[in-house]
Design a protein around this ligand. Structure first.
Ligand code: SF4
Length: 392
């Protein structure tokens, strides 16, 4: 790759202007002072999305099985089927979880699990049909490209036919989990059996072509180089160009990134992970590089509430979602949090100077929460919530 021909200040000016950056220019951003990169990223965030608003989604993660035969070295969530604490949820157990989500006004489930060789196509289609029949207002974003690849290989269907079958049963979207770093050299070291980048994009591309919701993801901290991170971002940008051009504008709805968590995993002590500084730097560079992805999420499960709040000034315009039950990142460390309450996300946004809004998974605003009620603020005590310090 040729070196960036611009000086640091020329590069920052170009970044802040919103002009598309080349690979050497993106890579050169890693060598610049973070406050200046952050200023360019925040400026772009303010111009590309409503400057006053920070959004979040009320949803629930449901991990329908923890049995998995992929065995990623960075995963503390999966079990073999012989392990005592392996599980596969039946439809009624999943319904019970959805009822809890409905009780707090949630609108979406993120339904993902391990690659469980004991499950047949009927389990997946039956599950989707069950959820649609019993919870008609709940949107189902389900199955990472890894799970879809397993189904494609196992059930004798082409990718198109498989997706059509799942859509017919009720699938609304395909979360873009498993992106990590979409460079196979990095993936092969971290998880030899993991879905390769070409398959990840092939499945995402088909989903976007069929009108399904998708997001792009990134995880840093495997020991990947800046060139590999840059290549990851450029592949996402290229896919987004294709989707926006060819699939009626149905590209990635957003971009989410977090740092590798290695507790209880085989990568513990072997992968460097990433500090808060690196996370914020990478987030800011993603905002600059991904000029065609409007929504950039801050990640509280891996980074904690405080860093996620800071991320709102490093390019993020969204706080992700409440999740109600996050199991995968938290199993490998994270901040020990499995969920966020609506009140906690409201407080993070308000204290950072933004107006919180509740969105759907397509990032359309569906409600403006009553901030004063949520934070127990009254005329006598407008700072009430600050005094008790709810969020940590
Ligand atoms: S990350 Fe997913 S595919 Fe990899 S071992 Fe864990 S559950 Fe299986």
């Amino acid at each position: 790759m040729s070196a960036c021909a611009l000086t640091g200040s020329e590069l920052l000016d170009k970044a802040a202007s919103g002009e598309r950056l080349s690979a050497p220019e993106i890579e050169a951003l890693y060598g610049l002072p973070l406050p200046e990169v952050a200023a360019a990223a925040h400026h772009l965030r303010l111009t590309r999305r409503d400057p006053q608003t920070v959004t979040f989604l009320i949803d629930r993660n449901i991990n329908y099985t923890n049995v998995c035969n992929v065995g990623c070295n960075f995963c503390a969530f999966y079990r073999t089927r012989r392990q005592k604490d392996s599980y596969t949820l039946d439809y009624e157990e999943i319904s019970a979880k959805i009822r809890e989500l409905e009780a707090v006004g949630g609108t979406r489930i993120l339904l993902q699990g391990g690659v469980n060789p004991e499950l047949g196509l009927d389990y997946y289609t039956g599950l989707l049909r069950h959820v649609k029949a019993h919870h008609p207002t709940i949107r189902i974003d389900a199955f990472s490209p890894e799970e879809v690849l397993f189904m494609e290989k196992s059930f004798g269907l082409s990718l198109d036919d498989l997706l059509d079958t799942l859509i017919d049963a009720g699938l609304d979207g395909l979360p873009g989990a498993g992106g990590e770093i979409l460079e196979d050299e990095v993936r092969a070291k971290a998880a030899p059996a993991r879905i390769r980048s070409a398959d990840w994009f092939r499945i995402i591309d088909a989903a976007q072509r069929k009108g399904l919701y998708t997001i792009a993801t990134m995880v840093i901290g495997f020991g990947e180089t800046y060139a590999q991170r840059t290549a990851h971002l450029l592949k996402i940008r290229e896919q987004q160009d294709r989707a926006l051009r060819d699939y009626g504008g149905n590209g990635f709805s957003g971009f989410a990134m977090w740092t590798l968590q290695t507790e209880h995993t085989r990568l513990h002590g072997k992968a460097p992970g990433a500090t808060a500084h690196e996370y914020l730097e990478q987030l800011a560079i993603a905002r600059i590089a991904l000029d065609n992805v409007p929504n950039i999420q801050a990640s509280w499960p891996a980074q904690g509430f405080k860093v996620a709040q800071a991320a709102l000034y490093y390019g993020a315009n969204d706080l992700g979602s409440t999740m109600l039950e996050e199991n995968v990142v938290s199993a490998a460390g994270g901040h020990g949090r499995h969920s966020a309450t609506v009140r906690e996300l409201i407080r993070i946004a308000v204290d950072a100077g933004f107006t919180p809004a509740i969105r759907n998974s397509r990032f359309q605003i569906i409600a403006w929460p009553d901030v004063d009620a949520a934070l127990n603020r009254t005329e006598q005590n407008p700072e009430a919530e600050r005094a008790v310090g709810a969020a940590s």
